[in-house]
Design a protein around this ligand. Structure first.
Ligand SMILES: Nc1ncnc2c1ncn2[C@@H]1O[C@H](COP(=O)(O)OP(=O)(O)OP(=O)(O)O)[C@@H](O)[C@H]1O
Length: 696
């Protein structure tokens, strides 16, 4: 039948059109109602927040979302606690969060979360140019007519009445000047739709809000809350503001394994932590942040909690061995790690096979050969003498003839025999077992990213293990480190681990930690030493570093004897009380570092007798403690202190000019370890010595 053919048909079509019109009209009416209600809700929320502008916050209302055609951002609030990207909701049904998902009236609302996160990312991109880290931006969904205070991932869900208190209780991140700079920048990047609209309603201007008394927050109350927030320890500036280049690295997309390098104190760890927060905010899976030193994960976890607490449960901080041990335990793999009994097995092997072999020609001390086994033979996962004969021993300066390699291999086999007889494993066995297990059955659930800090001290097997865990996917594996700070011998190349970085690298060059005199003294020490980095050798120990100006000094003490040396150490530590402003603990920023564990007990007793409280680095978690910290150079890796005391700092630095290759290698390693200890100091580096007066 032709269209419009009969009166009946025309009537039916007219009815249909009328119905369609009615349906559309109802829809339009419903939509209009919703928009009006939403605008009403926005006005009410704005009225609440505008009170904050009296205490230094800035409120931007109804802004365009660049890159979209019609979408808007309800509000951007900038204040001492950071930047809040606010989406206002007026839902009839109560918002409910279950299993990390948002719903209302039984309908999933994940899409709303996704949209708010996308808006926040646009704002992140905008302020990254200023150097503001993503950790300072918080997406907020504000619910008119409901009470709620919870989170979905990084999104904060707050009821209208809970807003101000919650925001003001956040730790302070921005100074007033920065609030001005950031909000001006955002105001330009996100232009207003209709700036006058809210003013007409009497609730959106920068001045004090007018009517809507119920929604209004009393200014005094806001001030009181602001004062309360002052009681929170202020967060260090770097936790929010980095150099824009650092923010760019933290947010960069890499389509495979990547690496961050740079000399001591250039912010590698800081960038690593911000990157962990960035990745945790993007994915659903956890991020693993690994380092070699045992106590560093504790310190880093604490820093991270203060910096980006909202992601704290999505980033796992662990030492490599701690992770591998836990992983094996979860898999039910028994590995009787017993370092002391493994050491004992090595001593026996040395006595029976090593001591009188060709090895003694190179180095008569067992330590060198233990390191050869730990870092070169087992550390690289070598399984045959054939492999060992040809392997390049990067970082070990002493050339071995075939006869030495054979002797070292025999020593290794004897050690393995005795260790197995005792039924114990060493640290390398843990990593080897974890790697084998991981290859057998991949980790479940996998991490979205693995960030490895201080990678220069990992063995090849350690790096292979983490590579196996992270894979080659985008943003999966990030290696952070600096070969100049290697405190263990026997490096390797990334190619040995099957990791291709191919242009996915970033180098940091500005030292933010050390006063120039301190960095100068440390650089002088290693300037003549080539060092090995993961992608190749670096012939020159003196590297180009930009300094940020800050005052500090190096104090050298040449004592006549041991007694004078120790007396002057105690005096110098006591004198710290004069450096600190009233009320601050003089000890909290101080550390005494020794080359090895042997000296630790002695300094513990010395300081304790002098009435100076001591905390061993093993028990330090980064929290300010009213005690001088005490530990080895190796334990201090990755940390920093205001005042660093290095008693007998030059005791291990032999005059190696004419010595044999092994002694030169030892001296070089000792210099590198001392370099690491020296570069821990921000403001004061105390170098004690008795060598000038000790007959050699
Ligand atoms: N952009 C910045 N502005 C101010 N301070 C910064 C900045 N970046 C880093 N810092 C500070 O510099 C110091 C060194 O940073 P970090 O420990 O991350 O360096 P690193 O390269 O990992 O050092 P190392 O290799 O010696 O362990 C820290 O106190 C950190 O807060």
């Amino acid at each position: 039948m032709a269209a419009g053919g009969s009166a009946g048909e025309r009537g039916r079509r007219a009815r249909e059109q009328a119905l369609e019109l009615a349906r559309r009209s109802r829809e339009a009416y419903r939509l209009a109602g919703r928009w009006e209600a939403a605008a009403e809700a926005e006005r009410a929320v704005a009225a609440t927040l505008v009170g904050l502008t009296a205490v230094g916050w800035r409120l931007l209302v109804d802004r365009r979302w660049p890159g979209t055609r019609a979408a808007n951002i309800d509000m951007i609030l900038v204040g001492p606690a950071g930047v809040f990207v606010i989406d206002v909701k007026r839902w009839h049904d109560r918002p409910v969060v279950d299993g990390g998902r948002l719903a209302a009236g039984g309908v999933p609302r994940d899409e709303e979360i996704r949209k708010l996160l996308a808006m926040t990312r646009t704002a992140e991109e905008e302020v990254a140019a200023l150097g503001l880290s993503p950790v300072a931006l918080v997406p907020v969904m504000a619910f008119a007519g409901h009470r709620i205070d919870t989170r979905v991932g990084r999104v904060r869900l707050l009821g209208h009445p809970d807003l101000v208190h919650a925001l003001i209780a956040e730790p302070r991140r921005l100074t007033p000047a920065l609030v001005g700079v950031v909000s001006a920048h955002l105001a330009e990047a996100f232009p207003a739709y209709e700036p006058a609209e809210l003013k007409e309603g009497g609730t959106g201007g920068p001045g004090p809000a007018a009517d809507d008394g119920a929604a209004l927050f009393e200014t005094e109350e806001v001030e009181k809350a602001a004062l309360e927030s002052l009681l929170h320890a202020p967060i260090e500036r770097w936790m929010t503001f980095l150099h824009p280049d650092q923010v760019a690295i933290a947010r960069r997309d890499w389509n495979g394994p990547a690496r961050i390098s740079g000399p001591a104190g250039t912010g590698k760890t800081v960038v690593g932590l911000h990157r962990a927060a960035h990745l945790a905010g993007r994915g659903r899976d956890r991020v693993l942040y690994v380092t070699f030193v045992n106590n560093l994960p504790r310190v880093q976890r604490r820093l991270f909690e203060r910096m980006a607490g909202v992601f704290a449960d999505r980033v796992e901080f662990s030492s490599l061995h701690g992770w591998a041990t836990g992983f094996l335990a979860d898999r039910g793999v028994e590995l009787p790690l017993n370092a002391a009994r493994a050491d004992d097995a090595f001593s026996r092997a040395w006595m029976t096979i090593g001591r009188d072999s060709a090895l003694a020609e190179i180095d008569p001390m067992p330590g060198y050969w233990r390191e050869e086994i730990d870092h070169v033979i087992k550390g690289r996962g070598l399984t045959s003498l054939e492999e060992y004969r040809t392997v390049a021993r990067h970082g070990r300066r002493t050339a071995l003839q075939p006869v030495h390699r054979e002797a070292a291999w025999l020593l290794y086999e004897e050690y393995e025999l005795l260790r197995e007889e005792r039924g114990v494993g060493d640290f390398n066995d843990v990593l080897l077992a974890a790697l084998a297990e991981l290859k057998e059955r991949p980790a479940d659930p996998p991490y979205s990213a693995v960030i490895v800090d201080e990678v220069q001290d990992l063995t090849l097997v350690g790096v292979k293990l983490l590579h196996a865990l992270a894979g080659d996917g985008p943003n999966g594996l990030l290696l952070i480190g600096d070969g100049q700070q290697a405190v263990y011998p026997g490096g390797f190349r990334l190619a040995d681990a099957g990791i291709a970085i191919k242009g996915r690298g970033a180098v940091l060059r500005t030292n933010y930690r050390n006063a120039s005199a301190i960095l100068e003294a440390a650089m002088d020490l290693v300037s003549g030493d080539p060092f090995d980095d993961l992608d190749g050798p670096s012939p020159n120990g003196r590297r180009a570093v930009d300094l940020t100006y800050h005052e500090g000094r190096v104090v050298r003490v040449d004592a006549a004897d041991e007694e004078e040396h120790d007396r002057r150490l105690v005096e110098a530590i006591r004198a710290l009380a004069d450096e600190e402003p009233d009320g601050s603990s003089p000890w909290a920023g101080a550390v005494v570092l020794c080359p090895s564990r042997r000296e630790i007990g002695r300094y513990d007793r010395l300081l304790t007798r002098a009435g100076i409280p001591v905390l061993r680095l093993e028990g330090y978690d980064g929290r300010p403690v009213d005690a001088v910290k005490l530990g080895t150079y190796r334990r201090a890796k990755g940390l920093e202190f205001k005042y660093v005391f290095l008693p007998h700092h030059d005791a291990a630095l032999a005059d190696a000019a004419d010595a044999d290759a092994a002694a030169r290698e030892r001296a070089e390693l000792a210099r590198r370890q001392l370099f690491v200890a020296m570069t821990r100091a921000r403001d004061l580096l105390w170098l004690g010595s008795t060598r000038a007066n000790t007959p050699r």
